[in-house]
Unconditional design. Structure first.
Length: 392
């Protein structure tokens, strides 16, 4: 899929080795470097089977530790432990029993996205809080979302490298989050953090739960545990909760704002700013390999008619058909177009929707929302989407 990231300039000294898990490269005399990350069909399939997700985080790093293949000139300039590194890309990390510094630049990549080239830009760190690193902690949170993730942006006095994990739960009785993708992050050098929390649909009782414990693999773990305690016993503050085993945890629970839209029980709803997607599984509407509506589909579509009739005049609506990856791609494209057209025809015939601007389109297998390597993912990908206020 081409270059996953691209950074044309670097102030790192000539000869430094930049690494990620799969490739090494060398900084040129003019400060430039290039890395091509080959994500093969096999590795893509293997990744999706394990994580049921179509996104990865590519890391570009510079190390000076033992085994990093840096020459003596590089070590003389930057230090054996990276102690001479300065600038916005510098992060601390645990290496064996010591704390070192590295150059660290993560890039979040969606597999199959139209974007194939990513630019690494320097972060704008905020000034450190006056009480940074104190054991009485505070956390301020802001949240946004798209159709893939909630983005939890935090500002705190937590130590750099404190690990946070979280998930979106449909209701208080659920023991697992909606999506088991690894929703985790580490506090950045200025006390801020960004946690991506995967979700499938927004529910009335849904909430985000974020936590941290002393036995997490914080990075650098020694620094975090020395200040906070092995079981976070030194911590205090509104988000610190004591548990029966004597340990303390950081726990944050909050409910994202629910869209003021009633959708059928069979449908899922996701949002991104003003754009709303109502996703109806194809087996609710159609028989296998058919584009004619089932009899029982009328109840679901009648509920959608009630929703659409209440929208403002001129609201733009897209009705999009999607399939899984089974069968001929051209056939799937045609089937997705026919199903979208069938839904539109029913909505217009039995609803008063002349005040809306409505279009249809078939995408076939080109826009999956889950892995196509298992039955559950294929079922989620076979759907009709009603998109309200689509983005440009």
């Amino acid at each position: 899929m081409g270059r996953l990231f691209h950074s044309p300039f670097s102030d790192t000294k000539r000869g430094s080795t930049r690494t990620n898990k799969h490739e090494l490269t060398t900084v040129n005399a003019d400060g430039t470097f290039a890395m091509n990350f080959l994500f093969s069909e096999f590795s893509h399939r293997d990744f999706l089977e394990v994580y049921d997700q179509s996104d990865i985080e590519v890391l570009v790093e510079v190390h000076t530790r033992s085994g990093s293949r840096q020459d003596d000139e590089i070590l003389a300039v930057y230090g054996e432990y990276g102690e001479n590194f300065t600038g916005p890309f510098v992060h601390q990390y645990q290496y064996r029993n010591g704390v070192m510094q590295r150059i660290y630049a993560p890039v979040h990549v969606f597999i199959g996205d139209d974007v194939t080239e990513y630019e690494i830009t320097a972060p704008n760190w905020e000034p450190l809080p006056d009480d940074y690193g104190e054991t009485e902690i505070w956390i301020d949170i802001d949240i946004t979302n798209d159709h893939r993730f909630f983005y939890v942006k935090g500002k705190s006095n937590l130590l750099e490298g404190t690990k946070l994990e979280g998930g979106y739960y449909s209701n208080p009785t659920r023991l697992q989050p909606q999506d088991t993708f690894r929703n985790l992050t580490f506090v950045l050098p200025d006390g801020t953090f960004l946690l991506r929390v995967a979700y499938r649909d927004i529910t009335e009782e849904g909430f985000i739960y974020i936590h941290s414990r002393g036995d997490f693999q914080h990075n650098p773990r020694n620094t975090v545990r020395e200040v906070y305690g092995e079981n976070f016993e030194h911590l205090s503050g509104d988000y610190v909760v004591a548990h029966e085993d004597g340990a303390q945890k950081i726990e944050i629970t909050f409910a994202p704002e629910l869209p003021q839209i009633n959708v059928p029980n069979e449908a899922e709803i996701t949002t991104e700013d003003e754009e709303v997607k109502v996703q109806v599984p194809d087996d609710v509407l159609f028989g296998f390999d058919k584009s004619e509506l089932k009899q029982e589909a009328q109840d679901v579509l009648n509920e959608l008619i009630e929703l659409l009739q209440g929208l403002d005049k001129g609201t733009v609506i897209e009705i999009n058909g999607h399939t899984d990856n089974q069968g001929d791609p051209n056939y799937n494209m045609d089937l997705s177009e026919q199903r979208a057209a069938t839904v539109e025809a029913y909505l217009n015939e039995y609803g008063d929707l002349s005040h809306l601007s409505m279009t249809t389109k078939g995408y076939g297998l080109t826009k999956p929302i889950a892995s196509n390597e298992d039955k559950e993912g294929q079922e989620r990908n076979r759907r009709v989407e009603i998109v309200i206020n689509p983005k440009e």
